[in-house]
Design a protein around this ligand. Structure first.
Ligand code: SF4
Ligand code: SF4
Length: 340
């Protein structure tokens, strides 16, 4: 176990930037927090839940897959070794969930190599980031339990630093990281984790909604009501750390060259499941919403705290961003209330 003064973090990131592309919380001129390349002028440790998850580090919103030049295909790998500094535990669980999707049958080389070459530094939460956080309900936070390299716990002027891998251990082996030389270091860490866990309320209705879905599904009128409200903007999907829908475009760039590009897509768009024949197996917004939320709450719900990958990691961003209030928390309430 190690300690580091918070004031020394900027110097550490500057040092790591010599060997890695360092993505970290950064303030925009209007005060929003985004994860961006390390810049000492914009880097901040005073951030709450960023409005976008960090899935973009491994699954960018748009990426070139290959170029076609004079009849030859040229793969377009352009990733660099990366340190993802300051990711919250829920978003880290989102990356783990996405990795299980992108490596399930055939390893997606783009996601796979980015993920292999990324050092994950989790910034554990000590309290909820806002009123829509429910990570403890779905066992995705407030701290990471597996698959991280380094984890930071807020101790006031210092961070308590936990290594989760040999790579992480090496990166914190020297100054300004210093040994936390007390006999009860592990007990202290467990106390910090326990206090953080207890500060984030459990949303009992989530388990209730999962049980209803497992037992045969929600009242169909729930989906019909929500389907009438949804304006299919796709916002809830784009901000979701576990959503992995994508589509492929081919673009002609000159007389004898072109490129294939992958971009985010969403199962809430009518065209996503439309088949070449014109048939659409999910022809209504109600069915599309039903499928999305059953995917989140039924097919990938957690069964084991250490290893389970949650379909919904409880970040609450869909509730924060949906213009007509159809985030997961509102859907859960509609399912459990049976009010429609
Ligand atoms: S479904 Fe909503 S709360 Fe769950 S992980 Fe996605 S954005 Fe976060
Ligand atoms: S953010 Fe709301 S309105 Fe937009 S697609 Fe999602 S559920 Fe529908």
């Amino acid at each position: 176990m190690k300690l580091i003064e918070k004031t020394k973090i900027k110097g550490v990131l500057a040092e790591w930037s010599k060997d890695f592309n360092v993505l970290c919380p950064s303030l925009t001129p209007n005060g929003d927090c985004l994860f961006d390349d390390f810049d000492p002028q914009t880097f901040t440790l005073e951030y709450r839940k960023p409005s976008m998850p960090q899935k973009r580090s491994c699954f960018p919103q748009a990426e070139k897959i290959f170029d076609v030049r004079e009849g030859s295909f040229v793969p377009a790998y352009n990733h660099k070794k990366t340190v993802l500094f300051g990711i919250r535990a829920c978003d880290h669980m989102g990356l783990r969930q996405s990795k299980s999707f992108f490596t399930r049958d055939i390893v997606d080389p783009f996601f796979g190599c980015r993920s292999e070459d990324t050092v994950i530094v989790v910034h554990a939460c000590s309290w909820p980031q806002n009123e829509t956080c429910f990570c403890t309900t779905v066992h995705s936070g407030p701290y990471a339990t597996a698959d991280f390299d380094i984890q930071l716990f807020d101790m006031g002027t210092d961070f308590l630093v936990e290594a989760g891998s040999d790579k992480g251990r090496r990166m914190i082996s020297s100054s300004p990281f210093r040994d936390f030389d007390v006999d009860d270091a592990q007990e202290r860490l467990e106390r910090v984790k326990h206090m953080a866990f207890n500060s984030i309320p459990i949303v009992e209705e989530v388990a209730e909604a999962m049980d209803i879905l497992k037992a045969g599904g929600a009242n169909e009128t729930v989906w019909e009501h929500l389907g009438r409200k949804c304006i299919a903007c796709g916002g809830c999907v784009y901000v979701c750390p576990t959503c992995t829908c994508f589509t492929i475009h081919d673009r002609v760039t000159s007389k004898d060259s072109g490129e294939r590009v992958r971009t985010w897509d969403t199962c809430l768009f009518e065209g996503f499941t439309k088949e070449a024949s014109g048939h659409n197996p999910r022809p209504t917004q109600a069915l599309r919403l039903k499928r999305r939320h059953e995917h989140k709450l039924l097919h990938y719900n957690p069964v084991d705290i250490q290893t389970a990958l949650s379909g919904c990691v409880g970040c609450g961003r869909c509730s924060d961003s949906c213009p007509v209030h159809i985030g997961t928390l509102e859907v859960v309430k509609a399912i459990t209330d049976h009010i429609y």
